[in-house]
Design a protein around this ligand. Structure first.
Ligand code: UT7
Length: 319
């Protein structure tokens, strides 16, 4: 049987850093409030002329380099984003053109902050079924473009960035198990409802979130799906070397880790310097931990993400 495994990782953060102190100069907030309620200290903001595909391109090149592969070795691109370059074509198609690999199938996945887990689970299915060999999986976002910079409840939370992995076939697993879920009944607690209609933007073009409702939902849903993923894979909690969670709020991360009886020194946390980068947060954290030597080959890693939809998922792998 063919399994899939991660061959290489890469990421990219835009140069401009916005600190909590800089935000506090513009709106009624404080470093103390943001750090104590979220754990966030700073976030990166894309330059005006940088689009999601530009961030994705740099992360993808770094992932290819770390996998020791050329773009021409890729036979499928799956890109998770909530902030596509345009309504259509897909940002994955634009990335494909930038990588110079015409003909390679490419599509976007929209599962907001769960997007990367959805995309990686999809890549796993393609490789295991023999429909693809080397898949480029990217999570890339310019969340800063969806924010109302006068709304302190949301603008302090998000940042921009991109992370990527190259996944390829393997005799050994690899990706051990993935579990995805969604519940559209909760779509109104986290949304950007605008659409383009009749040549105009119809609906509010800013991100809206009922923070406390999302917080409550996230802790329970992430704890449940992580537990089920481990049980279905037949892996004990104490065999998990690293948890790579979606980076939205350090209190959510701590609560989930506690539920899994994982100490925080087994949890990758990049949130303080990056904020919530939606679909990019898990691959950004994963690449960070691989490059600084925390996550080593052969170790067992549990990823988990949740976001608007609601959509959530967990994925267990041996790196
Ligand atoms: O990525 C998708 C998943 N997203 C998440 O998981 C986010 C989940 N939610 C959260 O992380 C938290 O709910 C927040 C960080 C968004 C908010 O924290 P909270 O502890 O739930 O605060 P709250 O919304 O209950 O607000 C408490 C107070 C309010 O003031 P009043 O009404 O009590 O006077 C807010 O107006 O804090 C106020 N507040 C702020 N104060 C200073 C809200 N935002 C700010 C701010 N600075 N930036």
């Amino acid at each position: 049987m063919t399994y899939s495994r991660i061959l290489g990782t890469g990421s990219y953060l835009p140069d401009t850093v916005m600190t909590n102190a800089m935000l506090a100069e513009r709106i009624e907030t404080s470093d103390e409030w943001i750090v104590s309620r979220t754990g966030i200290r700073a976030r990166h903001i894309a330059a005006e002329d940088q689009k999601t595909s530009d961030l994705a391109y740099i992360a993808a090149q770094r992932a290819l380099e770390s996998a020791g592969l050329q773009a021409s070795d890729i036979d499928l691109i799956i890109l998770a984003t909530t902030t596509p370059d345009m309504v259509f074509p897909s940002t994955a198609s634009i990335l494909q053109e930038k990588l110079g690999i015409p003909g390679v199938p490419a599509f976007d996945v929209q599962a907001v902050c769960a997007g990367f887990v959805y995309a990686l689970a999809t890549a796993n299915g393609y490789i295991k079924s023999g429909m693809a060999k080397n898949v480029l999986v990217v999570g890339a976002e310019v969340m800063s473009r969806l924010l109302d910079w006068d709304d302190r409840r949301t603008c302090v939370l998000f940042g921009d960035g991109a992370g990527a992995v190259v996944v390829g076939p393997s005799e050994e697993p690899g990706i051990l198990h993935a579990k995805l879920a969604a519940d559209g009944r909760y779509r109104d607690i986290l949304k950007t409802e605008a659409q383009i209609a009749g040549g105009e933007v119809d609906g509010t073009p800013f991100l809206y979130m009922d923070g406390p409702a999302v917080f409550k939902f996230a802790v329970k849903a992430l704890s449940d799906i992580a537990e089920k993923t481990l049980a279905e894979a037949g892996v004990q909690q104490d065999s998990v070397d690293w948890l790579v969670p979606h980076q939205a709020n350090v209190r959510i991360i701590e609560a989930t880790a506690k539920h899994l009886q994982l100490s925080m020194d087994k949890v990758i946390v990049t949130l303080p310097e990056q904020g919530n980068t939606s679909a990019a947060s898990i691959p950004l954290a994963f690449d960070h931990a691989v490059r600084n030597g925390q996550i080593q080959r052969g170790q067992t890693v549990l990823m988990e993400g949740i976001g608007g939809g609601f959509a959530w998922g967990a994925l267990l792998l041996r790196y």
